[in-house]
Design a protein around this ligand. Structure first.
Ligand code: PMP
Length: 394
């Protein structure tokens, strides 16, 4: 079989074998409706609750603060829906009494936040987007200037999916609460790579997704702090204490729980391994390929992410030639309406449009090895050299 070096783990991860087995077993033995009162229902419910306990340990929160969703996109939409409801109802700040009218987020959030924010704007709501610096770190002065008693929600991602920059969520949460706002973080990319604590960070909401940490796709979690405002996004049933309707996807939820248990037990070991491979890849690329820019913040970086802009070459061409060599990566570009738009994340960090077009994201995962890194380091330089030699973008 030809070689496959999968370095697109920020897009999705392969399910862990233990998770696949757990999902399979759950489908076979716990097919009842977890809301039913009879035996098969109770067995399904038992697995859902076991998963909830595993997730609460991973996120450092209470079990009744864990709500299962269809993924991080739904979790993010739910949080913005809560903020929208608070604003539309004209809720006040309990300490200052002033009305809530605004949401604050950043310029580099995932589309499930970005597009939701834009939608709410189009519906007449006020959403501010805090800029980031050249490394993708939130401009804290700009954030402080935007905060005020009229802010309903601050939503800042823990780690960026594209450039890997990690934010100081604990400090941002402190500032948000000082202003009387609720605090949400999209921790989808950070789970299993850095320690997460809803308690230490004093969060009101946190989103994450099973398929980014070797669990199933189509299942995620919204952490909702006890007592935090909650307005359901999906209506129609009493599941999740009336917070999210829909028959439990027992097997997927159970699989997510197993993935959460593994993530909790292996986070520091895994982070070290990912960081070592990422560093070997970064230094190897820097040594062998001229005219490049490493994006993100070296001091605040998700362990497995390496985003590189290559001058005078198209990211899509690199991706395709790497794919032909059995290496899976991604570009920062989104193919929107037939035209290739450069990544808004890179543009927000000040990378110029030309350079942004030549960007590749390598995202390492649990199943990568140093041999994979060596293979990429042997394969990539001649590809860049070849593409540059035929490039019209000089
Ligand atoms: N947030 C971030 C930071 C992500 O990387 C992703 C997935 N690319 C999502 C949200 C959406 O997750 P899901 O696929 O579970 O909807």
């Amino acid at each position: 079989m030809s070689r496959l070096v999968y370095m697109d783990n920020n897009a999705t991860t392969r399910m862990a074998d233990e998770v696949i087995e757990a999902v399979y077993e759950a489908e076979k033995s716990a097919w009842g409706n977890a809301s039913s009162m009879h035996g098969p229902g109770r067995e399904a419910k038992r697995l859902v609750e076991e998963a909830r306990a595993n997730v609460s340990r991973l996120l450092d929160c209470e079990t009744d603060e864990v709500m299962f969703t269809s993924g991080a996109s739904e979790a993010n939409n739910t949080v913005f829906g809560i903020a929208e409801a608070l604003i539309r109802k004209g809720e006040g700040n309990s300490s200052t009494g002033s009305r809530k009218t605004r949401i604050i987020t950043t310029t580099i959030e995932h589309p499930s936040i970005m597009e939701t924010a834009k939608y709410l704007r189009s519906e007449g709501l006020h959403v501010d987007m805090v800029p980031v610096d050249g490394e993708g770190r939130v401009d804290m002065d700009a954030l402080k200037a935007l905060l005020g008693p009229d802010v309903a929600l601050v939503s800042v991602m823990t780690g960026n999916n594209e450039i890997g920059t990690i934010q100081d969520i604990e400090e941002i949460s402190r500032l948000a609460h000082e202003a009387g706002a609720l605090m949400h973080t999209d921790a989808t990319q950070a789970i299993g790579k850095i320690d997460i604590s809803c308690k230490k960070w004093n969060l009101d909401y946190l989103s994450c997704s099973g398929h980014k940490f070797y669990g199933p796709k189509g299942v995620g979690v919204l952490f909702v702090k006890r007592g935090a405002p909650m307005y359901p996004f999906v209506h129609g049933g009493e599941q999740e204490s009336g917070r999210r309707a829909g028959t439990y996807n027992t097997a997927a939820i159970y699989g997510l729980g197993v993935a959460a248990r593994i993530a909790k037990d292996s986070v520091s070991e895994e982070a070290q391994k990912l960081w070592a491979m990422r560093e070997a890849l970064r230094s190897g690329i820097e040594k062998t390929i001229p005219n490049i820019k490493i994006n993100g913040s070296e001091a605040h970086m998700l362990p497995g992410t390496l985003d590189v802009s290559f001058g005078n070459v198209e990211g899509e061409s690199i991706l395709l030639l790497l794919d032909m060599a059995g290496i899976s990566v991604s570009t920062g570009s989104a193919c929107a309406t037939g035209s290739l738009e450069p990544s808004y994340v890179l543009l927000a960090t000040g990378v110029d449009v030309e350079l942004a077009h030549g960007s590749i994201r390598f995202s390492l995962g649990r199943y990568n090895t140093m041999e994979d890194v060596d293979y990429v380091l042997r394969t990539l330089p001649p590809i860049i050299e070849k593409l540059r030699s035929i490039s019209t973008r000089q």
